[in-house]
Design a protein around this ligand. Structure first.
Ligand SMILES: [Fe+2]
Length: 262
């Protein structure tokens, strides 16, 4: 009798255990399903974030392309500066690579070369095209263009290094430049590179306020300014790249460069 009771209790325990086990299995399955849903939801939100980031970058690239178009349009309407930025860009890229910078950094510097004078959009044509010397007031307006160039591109997160170059492309190695009077290595490297390309191309281009000079005269001027207004090491590299090629442009060398170069 006692044996039958014990057997009956054991069977009841076994049934309870089986039931508890099945309940636990069912919960486990539910948890697996819920976990799977969570994982899929997480992956989807990650994908949304990636898509959003991509769209954001595409939008920024589109804005950048529009700014390039604007810079080109500004140059194209002025016979004196037509093609200047693309030549500065090419010189700057090659100089950056010769200085040992990465392709990415050189590309940013080249892009800065394309956009460096975008801020001149704020300078009246009567000043830009003035044949004679600028008045103090006109200089004040002209000297704002690097800061305005930087402000125009400031919303482009991927071009933050480029914005810095735009701001400082008229700094001088001896601290006599603008807008911040930075000197020597305090001037961002990309800005020192663009400055040399800018000066060389401006010198060898016709401007309303002075005649262009020949390649040899421009090389002489760069040598003279090395260590003064321009980074001497970079001028040395620039001249290794472009100094011995002979006249980059056709044109009769002319002497007597004015202080206003770019
Ligand atoms: Fe400039």
């Amino acid at each position: 009798m006692a044996g039958e009771v014990a057997l009956s209790q054991a069977l009841a325990y076994a049934r309870d255990l089986k039931s508890a086990y099945e309940t636990a299995r069912a919960r486990e399955q539910e948890l697996i399903v819920a976990n799977d849903r969570l994982r899929k939801g997480y992956q989807q939100s990650l994908q949304y974030a990636v898509d959003l980031k991509r769209t954001h970058r595409q939008l920024q690239r589109s804005i950048f392309q529009s700014l390039l178009g604007l810079a080109n349009a500004l140059e194209a309407k002025d016979a004196y500066t037509s093609g200047h930025s693309s030549r500065v860009s090419r010189f700057a890229r090659e100089l950056a690579l010769a200085a040992g910078l990465s392709q990415t950094a050189a590309e940013t510097i080249a892009q800065a070369g394309l956009l460096h004078d975008l801020g001149k959009i704020s300078v009246p044509e009567s000043i830009l095209g003035k044949p004679g010397a600028l008045t103090q007031e006109e200089w004040e307006i002209m000297r704002r263009h690097p800061v305005i160039s930087a402000q125009i591109v400031a919303p482009l997160e991927f071009f933050d290094q480029g914005a810095i170059i735009l701001r400082h492309h008229h700094e001088r190695y001896d601290g006599s430049g603008y807008p911040d009077g930075l000197r020597a290595d305090m001037i961002p490297l990309g800005a020192r590179i663009v400055a040399i390309a800018d000066v060389y191309d401006a010198l060898t281009s016709e401007r309303p306020y002075r005649a262009r000079v020949g390649h040899a005269e421009a090389v002489r001027y760069l040598r003279e300014q090395a260590g003064r207004t321009l980074d001497d090491d970079l001028v040395g590299l620039f001249l290794e790249l472009f100094g011995g090629v002979g006249a980059v442009r056709n044109g009769k060398p002319q002497h007597g460069t004015s202080e206003r170069i770019v």
